[in-house]
Design a protein around this ligand. Structure first.
Ligand code: GLN
Length: 222
């Protein structure tokens, strides 16, 4: 049996607000093609999507205004790999704490996320955290900016990272559920590319799976 040919994955970065450029660069570093997504047609053309950090209420309002909120929800339900960093984690969460009434999310990730969880004194800080992407590599040095944390994670959610030391010791700051990945911190701002590597790998696997299914269908195998 010939293996289906898998092309370079195309990964979109939602470009309504936030640190888009840094994610484009980090994704390209991993050998994927990266482009900005602002419209539904652009969303339809990507194999994976990054939701950058920024301000989650602003991003949600703009997504609504650009007619992207429902297509984003449908994409997540349909299994599109999505990585949310900081505000992006908030946007992926099924449940929010300390959010203004009525703040909408895309959802899909079975977690309760607390916004601005580290308190006022810690608007921005760097911390050491444990990180387990399944291939090892040890602790990760992370940058947090008015960051959320995962207060509670559902059963199907794997915890990838926790804060080590200090007042927030043990708090969950990186998770994965199927094709969804979320971090409280900003790996695009440091040289450590393990989170983007993990995400691009998820996108590659999902592409390979789809190609396999399509090849199977062509041969009447499924
Ligand atoms: N505090 C922001 C929010 O609630 C997130 C901050 C960030 O993305 N750096 O949306």
């Amino acid at each position: 049996m010939t293996r289906p040919v898998i092309g370079v994955p195309v990964i979109g970065v939602l470009a309504l607000q936030g640190d888009v450029r840094e994610h484009l660069a980090a994704v390209r570093d991993q050998g994927a093609e990266a482009l900005t997504v602002r419209r539904q047609e652009e969303l339809a053309g990507v194999d994976g999507l990054v939701l950058p950090g920024g301000e989650s209420t602003t991003i949600a309002l703009l997504a609504e205004r650009f007619g992207l909120m429902d297509p984003l929800r449908a994409a997540v339900r349909g299994g599109l790999p999505v990585y949310g960093s900081c505000a992006g984690m908030i946007l992926l969460a099924d449940r929010l704490l300390d959010a203004p009434p009525g703040q909408e999310t895309i959802g899909g990730l079975d977690v309760t996320v607390r916004r601005n969880a580290f308190g006022r004194q810690a608007d921005s800080f760097e911390s050491q955290m444990s990180f387990d992407d399944g291939v090892g590599g040890g602790p990760l040095h992370a940058v947090f900016i008015r960051a959320p944390w995962v207060e509670e994670a559902g059963e199907g959610v794997t915890v990838l990272g926790r804060i080590v030391g200090g007042a927030a010791d043990g708090r969950i700051v990186a998770v994965r559920q199927g094709n969804l990945v979320a971090t409280s911190f900003h790996p695009e701002l440091t040289g450590d590319r393990r989170v983007h590597a993990l995400f691009v790998d998820i996108v590659r696997r999902s592409l390979a799976e789809k190609a396999g299914t399509a090849a199977g269908n062509e041969r009447g195998l499924s």
